[in-house]
Write a protein that binds this ligand. Structure first.
Ligand SMILES: Nc1ncnc2c1ncn2[C@@H]1O[C@H](COP(=O)(O)OP(=O)(O)OP(=O)(O)O)[C@@H](O)[C@H]1O
Ligand SMILES: [Zn+2]
Length: 675
């Protein structure tokens, strides 16, 4: 075979299409190999995406590949296609996406110890101990049906596994994997989870079920070396099961036979900075490229996903009841705190319910989506408020550390002993966060063992795992926390869930806020009564008569999702339109808005030129959280009736935006989560 003389190399540079380099005679690269090339005065690691025998580049300007990095197999054609798709879809250069998708080790110029490091990465994983051989459960009919459907699937097959909380979705995933392994013993499975904190429990469950199948996890809590190790093990087929957060979607698994996206509605599948990809959406694309089944599981599927079930793009698998015999869903009562005699913000109903549950020696979860002691500190004499000097928001009072902390930019100072404006010494915390509720609980139930789980208590490595282990071991009576306590955990003895302060989410101007509140409520309700204890849920809210609570009382996702879809359809909003957001920030909001006005003009002209009537561009506006870390931010919303129309517009518009040449920093978010 004649060797090619030129290689096209993708590089991590915005807007830069892959560049052509000469191949030295001693090298025989493959498509998918990494290499080091000169770029201006720098040397960069690039990815070879094509080979050819000729080039139109002037021989004097041709540059040569400096070093070929082919000690590992080249990335697969499918991996290249996936990253290329993501690049086109999210408006980045192919190199930006593909290089960024590699673990740091593989995108850094090799140092002197490169070979030894590679060798170390290839060392086998230490055997982990299996807790106890898991007994074989008999699947119920619905579970059985779900497993069989996927077992019979041919080629690309997208499924939504919609199962009420505690309906045994995890068991279904495990059996789906099992039947895949029976058919293809060397198959690989990619199992995506929204949060690192959910991986230990799940990993243990998978390990117990498949003691012989090598597995690894991949998430941002791992050191660079560990990430590279997992990535390489997946690539070289030394592991068969990869459990990971969104970044794991960019693993390259040659024998991939099944993808599971657990809790598919979770926001953390969408990257919030850099390349703003959705791992869930890319999972669908990957399954299509690999021609395999993909399972999106949730008790509360996102409306995007639900509408695709409704229009027949995805197949629906339903689990309508709890899996453990005798287990039922909690009964709901909504208590209006208005005109009630509150004790430290708690209604008598909540207090009684907690006391009763503690008497029965069962566990309580208190869910409050706000960490810290109080969201704001105020001076009652002059009206001073604890504003963050860098953001258009308040710094949160953290009593135990004696600090004011901005949850948006991280700014913090020791808390004032007197008002910085008027000198008054009696500063007052307003509202309550998890710390304050914890303090209240300690005062009201001094005998109870109370544990708070939120981002503040779980920063140390393994802290979250240890905390949840304590709950599982029955060492905790009351668990108070943020969303972290609502997700995924299979608690045995929780029989009461109390929800405080959900109202902020119900009156928000963000149109997705209510959808999220519903998902939160359903999920947290789902932590109670999983093992047959009669369970209760008490929500303090002023909006007890809303549709959301009627649906929650029945645990009727379908009813509420259909209701929301109807509203969205009437409003012609997502998922009935596609959106993209152009965001600009600058020290001065005026300049950010000015740039967006130019962008609007360019875009409007382009639409006219394209005779594209499926796309609408709205006027630029300051963002809801206008100032963040001293940057003033504005946004421009684009909506289109189809993804194709959107893609056609964005591609050209993006190029033209780059030509505007502004000092304003801007980014594009395709399918934004918040507008
Ligand atoms: N067929 C079955 N028979 C008995 N118990 C079962 C069966 N299937 C699952 N279970 C048990 O039911 C409990 C809940 O299952 P699992 O955690 O898989 O639910 P889930 O649907 O993932 O819940 P969630 O969405 O709330 O996280 C687990 O303890 C599991 O062992
Ligand atoms: Zn701030």
């Amino acid at each position: 075979m004649a060797t090619s003389r030129f290689a096209t190399v993708a590089l991590n540079v915005p807007l830069l299409p892959p560049l052509t380099y000469r191949i030295a005679e001693t090298m025989s690269p493959c498509v998918g190999d990494r290499c080091v090339v000169p770029l201006g005065r720098r040397q960069e690691v690039g990815l070879i995406v094509a080979l050819s025998d000729q080039t139109t580049i002037d021989p004097k300007k041709q540059k040569t590949i400096i070093r070929l990095l082919n000690e590992t197999e080249p990335v697969s054609e499918i991996w290249l296609k996936l990253t290329r798709f993501a690049a086109d879809y999210y408006q980045h250069s192919w190199g930006e996406v593909s290089i960024a998708a590699l673990p740091t080790f593989f995108k850094t110029k090799p140092g002197p110890k490169y070979e030894q490091s590679l060798e170390r990465l290839r060392k086998p994983y230490k055997e982990k101990k299996i807790d106890k051989p898991s007994g074989v459960l008999t699947l119920n009919d619905e579970q059985q049906l779900a497993v069989e459907a996927v077992d019979h699937a041919k080629g690309f097959a997208p499924y939504v596994l919609h199962g009420v909380t505690g309906s045994g979705k995890t068991e279904v995933y495990l059996r789906m994997m099992e039947s895949l392994f029976i058919k293809k013993p060397d198959a690989q499975v990619l199992f995506l989870v929204p949060e690192i904190n959910l991986t230990p429990q799940l990993e243990a469950r998978i390990r117990n079920h498949f003691p012989d199948k090598p597995m690894a996890s991949l998430h941002s809590g791992l050191a660079n070396g560990e990430r590279a190790k997992a990535w390489l093990a997946a690539k070289e087929k030394r592991i068969q099961i990869l459990v990971g957060t969104r970044m794991a979607i960019f693993s390259d698994m040659p024998n991939l036979g099944l993808i599971v996206v657990d809790e598919e509605h979770d926001l953390s599948y969408k990257a919030g900075d850099g390349i703003r990809y959705s791992a869930r959406d890319l999972a669908i694309k990957l399954a299509q490229l690999r021609q395999i089944p993909v399972i999106l599981g949730s008790a509360t599927p996102s409306l995007e996903t639900w509408s695709r079930v409704k229009n027949g793009h995805y197949n629906l698998l339903s689990l309508t009841k709890r899996a453990v015999p005798g287990a039922s869903l909690p009964t709901l009562s909504v208590v209006n705190p208005k005109n009630k005699k509150l004790i430290k913000g708690l209604t008598p109903e909540v207090i009684d319910a907690i006391s009763e549950t503690l008497q029965k020696k069962e566990q309580v979860i208190i869910f409050l989506n706000r960490r810290g002691y109080a969201p704001v500190l105020t001076c009652p004499s002059c009206g001073w408020l604890s504003k963050c000097p860098h953001c258009s928001t308040y710094a949160v009072y953290h009593k135990f550390h004696g600090k004011l902390v901005c949850h948006h930019c991280g700014w913090s100072i020791p808390v004032y002993s007197r008002c910085p404006d008027c000198g008054n010494v009696d500063l007052l915390p307003m509202g309550a966060g998890t710390q304050r509720i914890e303090e209240t609980l300690e005062q009201l139930w001094p005998q109870a063992r109370i544990l708070r789980i939120d981002r503040d208590t779980t920063q140390r490595k393994n802290a979250a795992k240890e905390a949840f282990d304590a709950v599982h071991a029955g060492e905790v009576d009351i668990l108070v926390g943020t969303q972290m306590v609502a997700k995924g955990h299979d608690f045995q003895k929780v029989s009461l869930v109390v929800v405080l302060n959900i109202d902020a989410q119900l009156v928000s101007s963000n149109p997705r806020s209510e959808e999220r509140a519903f998902a939160n409520l359903m999920q947290v309700a789902g932590r109670a009564g999983r093992f047959g204890l009669p369970a209760k849920m008490v929500v303090q809210s002023r909006f007890g008569d809303r549709e959301i609570f009627a649906a929650l009382a029945q645990q009727d996702y379908n009813r509420y999702a259909d209701h929301l879809l109807k509203v969205r359809k009437e409003e012609n909003s997502v998922p009935f339109v596609c959106q993209a957001l152009l965001m600009a920030d600058d020290a001065n909001i005026g300049k950010a808005l000015e740039f967006l006005k130019q962008a609007l003009k360019v875009g409007t002209d382009l639409l006219e030129q394209q005779q594209n009537e499926s796309v609408v561009i709205y006027d630029p506006i300051p963002m809801a959280l206008m100032k963040l870390a001293d940057k003033e931010r504005a946004q421009l919303l684009v909506e289109a009736s189809s993804r194709v129309a959107m893609g056609r517009f964005l591609r050209h518009w993006y190029r033209q935006l780059c030509e505007i040449g502004t000092s304003v920093h801007w980014t594009m978010d395709v399918d934004p989560m918040d507008v």
